[in-house]
Structure formats: structure tokens, C-alpha cells
Design a protein around this ligand. Structure first.
Ligand SMILES: [Zn+2]
Length: 512
């Protein structure tokens, strides 16, 4: 079945119409870069976070979680380099005052990635290409640096020492709590600390719906290793045969296409330098694919020399092919001991840990920092789930059952027979103890199925006249429209197996 590619704007319209995402404060005209999640969006978002936490914290012995505060001690951001260096370049129009991001102006003009471009390069490029205001065509002013952190004031009086920041990333809270977490959770290297939570960036030009927002959520891990054991990775065997689209710095430099490669070949050809990096790239990719995302829409891309962050030794992004091109989904950088060192210097606290084996104090290195935006994951799952079914003449949102906001719909076949409605209510009340369910009584059964398809309801259960005779119901699959007849006493077990991936046809008597 041919899948029409939705634009990002069409996805925004779909999300609004079905109750997933609304522009924040829309009754007042909205506010750029901020979105509210509706009754289905909140469920999907919570499911994404729950699956991530389950995979990377609860199912692992080597990672624990924290939940840090959003307003953070200003020294944290001083030490991390954000106060001085967390900037974008802004350019104002001299005439109409419109404000642009310098790198985006150049990107729009030349259709190339400008990641990592400096203020000086932006200045000379704007001049050389005679780039004008995108709104009115007038002259642009001088480009200047702009700090992306939201500053706020703590307490009733505003002084220089009352200024604090909304955190621009979750990572620094992990570093500032590093010693306490390591000691109390008795973590031994290698280990990770994870966090899910909101971050805030005063983006100059938020764009592309949920892709670049001013308030967003991150799911992040800092993974620490012994500085002398950076090449040892006991988990790498799990992923050696795992395949992904790979786009190395060399391939980019030589204008080559990305290649489908196995992890073991990336390592033997030294395309990915460390095993830890290879491991984390593979498991993050796998997380998406196991939750129903299409692997052909993903690639891993190595940063080229100019775009490496100030702290990073080698950075790879997990990228996704959005309707507006290949974009970063997740950055996985090697942050070395940069952050812990910075916090030791600025706080004068000892953040090193005692290594039993060498009987020495060491400062661990962050070998990898998988950092995922929740809303970007949200977009990925929505895009890959969205199908228009020509024969059904409606959208089918094929979200993985673990992600589907509402798993089950319970429908009495007719609304004017009290005993059928009562029976359906009983089934519904029983099922909702275990799964998110909806009870829908209005419109034809076909209309109710279509409504369920469009919001990703994984299975629909219909109670009809036959149910009153033999205690059986019809279960319908969202993805195949296949229907089977199941006894109410077996219903929960059937649904459990169906959601774990068994074929519905094998779980009940087929209905023609
Ligand atoms: Zn202008």
C-alpha cells in the first residue's frame, strides 16, 4: 500500500483534530514554540517515557534514575559553560525588525548543513551572499550572539544574585548529583545515570511543530566508564550483528551515500571508534524499531570536524528522515571527563570515586551521552504509524500496542437494547482495570471502528445479540480488520497475547 508522505504541517493539523497536540494558549492566538498535549497526546507521551524508562533503567543493573529540579543553581550553568557559551547567532532586519537565526539564513540559502558554524563565518557568509531579510527584503543588521537560557528571578527582590535559569538540558543535574547517586546506589563502573524531564531553550525561531520547541522534554543517560578502560565494553556482543544505515564523516566529505552496515563491520573498519559508542547507537536505534518505527527511516551520522561541541571527542547522531529532511533525533556524544572536571573546579567538591581494583581515586569519563527529545520521538512514532487506508477510506494509526494511547474500544452493537448495553459496560469495566479503554455507543459500528482506527485503538470488542446467548464477543484487529469470536471468560488472556504480537486468527474462532 502506497503511503502518502504527510508534511509536518499536515501532521500538526491531524494531531490537533484528533486530540493529540494543541498550540499552547490557542484561544489567545498561541505562543510560538509551546504546545499542549491533549487527551490522547498525554497518553502517547507518557507511554513513550514509560517504555524508555523501563528499557534503560528498570531492566538494567547498571543504570539508575534521578529527577532533578528545573530551576537550578546558577553556578551549575556557569561551570557547565552554558552561561558563556550556550548561544545562537541572531540577525535583525534593519527595517522591519524581524529576527532570524544566522545559521538558518545560510542554510536556507545554500541548502547545506551549517552545524557548528562560527559567528565570524556567519558574518562573512551573510555579506558575501548579500543575504536579505526573508520577510521584507531589506538590509540585515550585524549578527550577534544570543544566550538561549531563560533567566528567571528568585525571590521578591531582583538583584544580580537572584538570577537563576530554567535548565537548558537535563544532563548537568546528573553531574552535580554524581557523587551522591554513585555512593547511595553503590554503583560500580561502568554505570549510567538517567533522567527524564523538561528543558527550556529560548529558541530564536522555533519551527517545524514539535521538532524545535522552547519547552520540551528530554530522556537522557550519562554513561560513565573508567578512564583507562574506555575500550572495554562487555555488552557489545549483543549488537555486533545489528544492522543500521551508517553515514560517516568520510562518506559525507566524499559525497558518498549512506551504507547499510553491521556494527561489527563499523568497528573493524574503525568507522565507529569506540565499542561503547557502537553499542549505544545500536540499542537506541533498536529501541525505536522494537516499538514499531521503520528502520529505513533511520541512520546514524557522524559529526564532521566543525560541528563537534566544545566538550565532545566524537559525536554521532541518530537521525530520522522527517518530511523536511534528515534531522537529529538523538545526539550521542563522548563528553570525556569535561563536565565532572568543571564541576570539581567550580564547586571545590571532590567528585572522583575510589576504584577498588587499582586502589586509586579516579574521575570517570562519560563515554556516551544518549540524549533523546521526547517530542521528537513522539513525531517519529506518529509519522511511522500514520497510514491512509484506501479501502477503509480512513486513516489507520498503527501505533505499537505498547504506545497506543487507548488500547481497546468496547462497543455495544446497538444502543437501544438495555441488556446489550449493560453487558458491554460490564466487559468495559473489567478491561479498563488493566488497559486504557474507551466505551463508544454512538453511530454505526463501522463509524466507531473508523474512529478507533484513526486514534490507534489496537482492538475493538463488540457485544451483540449472540453475546446474550453464549457469552462470546467479537474482537477486531485495527491493523488487519480481522475479526474473531472469543468467550468473555477468555477475553483478557486473548487480548494479552494479541498485544504481545500473536496473530488474532490463532486466538479465536474466525468471523466471516
Ligand atoms: Zn525585514
Amino acid at each position: 500500500m502506497e503511503k502518502p508522505k504527510l508534511t509536518i504541517d499536515e501532521m500538526a493539523v491531524f494531531c490537533k483534530r484528533k486530540g493529540f497536540v494543541y498550540p499552547s494558549g490557542e484561544i489567545y492566538g498561541g505562543i510560538s514554540g509551546f504546545y499542549d498535549f491533549g487527551h490522547l497526546g498525554v497518553e502517547l507521551k507518557n507511554n513513550i517515557k514509560k517504555e524508555w524508562w523501563n528499557t534503560f533503567v528498570q531492566q538494567r543493573d547498571d543504570i539508575v534514575g534521578i529527577d532533578g529540579s528545573i530551576i537550578t543553581h546558577p553556578m551549575v550553568w556557569e561551570a557547565s559553560g552554558h552561561v558563556d557559551g550556550f548561544t545562537d547567532v541572531i540577525v535583525d532586519c534593519r527595517k522591519c525588525g524581524s529576527r532570524f537565526r544566522g545559521d538558518q539564513l545560510i542554510e536556507d540559502k545554500h541548502k547545506v548543513s551549517t552545524a557548528g558554524i562560527s559567528l565570524e563565518d556567519i558574518k562573512s557568509s551573510l555579506k558575501k551572499d548579500k543575504i536579505k531579510c526573508q520577510k521584507c527584503g531589506s538590509e540585515l543588521g550585524d549578527p550577534k550572539n544570543f544566550n538561549l537560557m531563560f533567566a528567571i528571578n528568585i525571590g521578591p527582590v531582583q538583584t544580580s544574585s537572584s538570577v537563576a535559569f530554567l535548565r537548558p538540558e537535563t544532563a548537568q543535574l546528573i553531574f552535580s548529583n554524581f557523587r551522591l547517586v554513585q555512593e547511595n546506589a553503590r554503583l560500580k563502573l561502568p554505570f549510567g545515570i538517567a533522567q527524564i524531564g523538561k528543558s527550556f531553550r529560548n529558541e530564536i525561531s522555533p519551527r517545524d511543530f514539535l521538532f524545535r520547541m522552547r519547552e520540551f522534554e528530554q530522556m537522557e543517560i550519562e554513561y560513565f566508564v573508567h578512564p583507562e578502560k574506555q575500550s572495554e565494553c562487555s555488552f557489545v556482543d549483543e549488537v555486533l550483528d545489528y544492522e543500521m544505515n551508517v553515514y560517516s564523516a568520510d562518506m559525507q566529505k566524499n559525497n558518498k551515500k549512506m551504507e547499510r552496515m553491521m556494527i561489527k563491520d563499523c568497528l573493524s573498519k574503525k568507522i565507529i571508534k569506540t565499542r561503547w559508542h557502537a553499542y549505544w547507537l545500536a540499542v537506541m536505534h533498536k529501541w525505536f524499531v522494537e516499538l514499531g518505527a521503520d528502520p529505513s527511516h533511520f541512520r546514524i551520522r557522524q559529526h564532521v570536524k566543525d560541528e563537534l561541541s566544545h566538550y565532545a571527542l566524537d559525536t554521532w547522531d541518530l537521525e530520522y528522515e522527517f518530511p523536511f529532511g534528515w534531522k537529529e533525533l538523538q545526539g550521542l556524544s563522548n563528553r570525556t571527563d569535561f563536565d565532572l572536571k568543571q564541576h570539581m573546579e567550580h564547586s571545590k567538591s571532590d567528585l572522583s570515586i575510589f576504584d577498588e581494583e587499582t586502589k586509586k581515586k579516579i574521575l570517570p569519563h562519560v563515554i556516551c551521552e544518549p540524549s533523546q527529545g521526547v517530542e521528537r520521538a513522539f513525531l517519529v512514532f506518529m509519522f511511522d504509524a500514520y497510514h491512509y487506508d484506501k479501502s477503509r477510506e480512513n486513516v489507520v494509526l498503527k501505533l505499537h500496542p505498547k504506545l497506543a494511547p487507548i488500547k481497546l474500544g468496547v462497543f455495544p452493537l446497538v444502543s437501544n437494547k438495555a441488556d446489550i448495553v449493560a453487558k458491554a459496560r460490564n466487559v468495559y469495566n473489567d478491561l479498563r482495570r488493566e488497559w486504557t479503554c474507551t466505551f463508544d455507543i454512538s453511530g454505526s459500528i463501522g463509524r466507531r471502528y473508523a474512529r478507533g482506527d484513526e486514534t490507534g485503538i489496537y482492538a475493538c470488542i463488540t457485544i451483540d445479540f449472540e453475546t446474550l446467548d453464549d457469552e462470546s464477543v467479537t474482537v477486531r484487529s485495527r491493523d488487519t480488520t480481522e475479526q474473531v469470536r472469543v468467550k468473555i471468560k477468555d477475553l483478557k488472556e486473548v487480548l494479552r497475547k494479541f498485544m504481545e504480537g500473536e496473530k488474532l486468527g490463532k486466538l479465536g474462532k474466525s468471523v466471516e
